[in-house]
Design a protein around this ligand. Sequence first.
Ligand SMILES: Cc1cc2nc3c(=O)[nH]c(=O)nc-3n(C[C@H](O)[C@H](O)[C@H](O)COP(=O)(O)OP(=O)(O)OC[C@H]3O[C@@H](n4cnc5c(N)ncnc54)[C@H](O)[C@@H]3O)c2cc1C
Length: 432
Amino acid sequence: MDIAVIGSGMSGLAAARILKDAGHNITIFEALPGRGMDSHSTEFEGGLIDAPLRVMNPHLWNNTLSLAAYLGIKTFPVRTYMACSWLFEDKTETWLTTTRSRIGNFPIINNRKGIQQYGWRLVKGMLQLKTAIAKFFKSKDQDITLAEFINRNDIEEVFWHGAVMPVLYTICTCNPKTIGEWPAKPLLVFLRQLTDGDALLRIQGGTPALVNKLVEGINIVSGSAITSVKEDGEKVLVANAQGQTTEFDRVVVATPTTKIEEFLNAEQFAEDIALLRKFKFEQGDLVIHTDQTVMPPKRKDWAVLSYMMDRKFTKQQFTVWLNSIEPSLVGKTPVFQTWRPVTPIDPKKIISTVVLTRAVVDSDTVALNKELQLRHKSQNRKVFYCGSWSCDGLPILESAVTSAMHIAEIFGAPLPFVGLKPQVEVAPQLGY
Ligand SMILES: Cc1cc2nc3c(=O)[nH]c(=O)nc-3n(C[C@H](O)[C@H](O)[C@H](O)COP(=O)(O)OP(=O)(O)OC[C@H]3O[C@@H](n4cnc5c(N)ncnc54)[C@H](O)[C@@H]3O)c2cc1C
């Protein structure tokens, strides 16, 4: 069949690759110049800045890593130690830095001050969380939000708000208040995996290397947004901003659902639109810069992830120190990505600011997704939807790939990558 894929984020690219390999003719349409998934990546002093920088847990990103392995893409492990600092009116003070113990690979507190001031409360909090998670997974009532989970369990505040919430904030990248409305289960699965201590994985060559393989041999029309999708008898007409209209047998829409009303025919797709409108998204700024004030004041406290927060946990930001996690940036000027900065960043040191749209989930998301998958199965359907938002867990790269696999199922396309293990090679430049 002739199939149009609208959007070249992870979901659109994965759907395109799978359907192409199953023998269909694929055309990808992308509003941005280039490919959506790596459109914000830039070069810095001869190295690569991936924006956003993506990391994957080997147990939770199964499908994404298998797909990468199938495409011959290698990965490397990275250690995501963290440093937490209090933001006072006039100064910043680092109160916690972590590493992992040589024996057992447990997360441990690395700084004396952290041990003196908070040691017992942090250890107590960790034990309380472990017990609460174990109780949760034994209970029958798992359909609760994260806020309900925390209300039902007594967990030390400084541990929960100072050390756990920042980690969740890193993967959810939404407003910290919104995280409370997320279903607790996928977040607790994630936290349980974290304490196992497996290193996270990154892709060799960064996102562009994966995208190159995903689009190999596929026609991609970039820099021109789709403006109309309309069924016409057995075909679907797809028009773009340049006024070109092309006829397809099927269409896979892989954009955030906030975009679909810009192009889906309002009458023909009224029911789809009503459903898709209910999925939620948030936007935030990712600032790429060289301003070192986002890191702990003492260089010895610098870690891959720098969290800054006020003592009441009303303000928080996180920064990734890119040189410590990207081999091509080792030895170059320190460069950072700060998500939703709350401290001023020197405008002269900003390389770029990228506005990113992020799916957020709440207790309705699972039911909405079920309804969407049912709708996909109705007879004579020609237009399908996928995206990281169409998921039962966390809206991440993995959910984007999993949603593309649902599309593959509809088309009867094989999934030869399922079960392949990631190819992991240590990056010697990173020193571990
Ligand atoms: C700061 C941040 C950090 C993150 N870090 C991680 C991480 O470490 N690990 C991880 O797994 N996930 C991470 N994520 C999440 C992950 O990046 C997303 O879940 C995933 O990339 C979404 O893919 P997608 O295909 O669903 O959507 P998108 O990437 O949003 O792709 C949709 C595409 O559709 C295009 N489009 C929109 N409208 C049109 C139109 N009218 N015509 C044509 N094209 C159109 C857009 O330009 C875009 O390219 C992070 C997200 C953020 C915001």
